[in-house]
Design a protein around this ligand. Sequence first.
Ligand SMILES: Nc1nc2c(ncn2[C@@H]2O[C@H](COP(=O)(O)OP(=O)(O)OP(=O)(O)O)[C@@H](O)[C@H]2O)c(=O)[nH]1
Ligand SMILES: [Mg+2]
Length: 217
Amino acid sequence: MTTKIEVKKSPMQKNNEQAELNRQLLKEKGIFALNLMSSPGSGKTTLLEKLSEVIGDDIKMGIIEGDLATERDADRIRAKGIQCVQINTDGGCHMDSHMIRKVLDEFDLDKLDLLIIENVGNLVCPSSWDLGEHKRAVVLSVTEGADKVAKYPTMFRKADAVILNKIDLIPYIQFNVDIVKDDLFAIKPGIEFFELSATTGENMEAWCQWLKDHLHK
Ligand SMILES: Nc1nc2c(ncn2[C@@H]2O[C@H](COP(=O)(O)OP(=O)(O)OP(=O)(O)O)[C@@H](O)[C@H]2O)c(=O)[nH]1
Ligand SMILES: [Mg+2]
């Protein structure tokens, strides 16, 4: 007599399998996909609004917004003339690869060059969930304090680039950029690091160029 043992896949395993399919599909379509993560309010949407102004018309960008509730971020992006799909997680602290796959067909994938996924504002959970992106970037704003890289290392260790935002506020607060850099390069030597202001547009060029350098075309 043979005994059948059913091996059930864990939610994380299922997520990772779908993420791999998403990544392949996006690559086949010539789309570079970026997963943009951070604490709530670090300036992700402001950064994308500013990016839409500076990236140039020859790069076709689509955006997926993730929030627990509301279409507010998607409305801000659409007001810039960029196609944007809002995902509401209804309380969930992160998005997963199945949510991304469900909305991909709302875009004309043959026409896109760049897909940016603004994840739910949270410096912990989203780092564990592969969405099928090609690169990950974390936004850290100066108002959060210079100790965040050391205190939330997982998010930063898994990132390909870190964007220090709101540098226009440094003159008004206690903030030591060297602490962030030292902690970051100790955790992940060679990681890309940008210092900018999404509001004033200062230093947007280098981050914009980094995105362009990763396009598949
Ligand atoms: N001074 C200054 N304020 C900024 C900058 N970037 C964003 N802000 C402000 O920070 C606040 C939050 O910005 P959002 O872009 O909504 O932040 P977010 O990360 O998208 O927030 P969630 O989607 O809720 O996680 C807004 O009041 C922005 O105007 C910046 O570079 N400088
Ligand atoms: Mg936002």
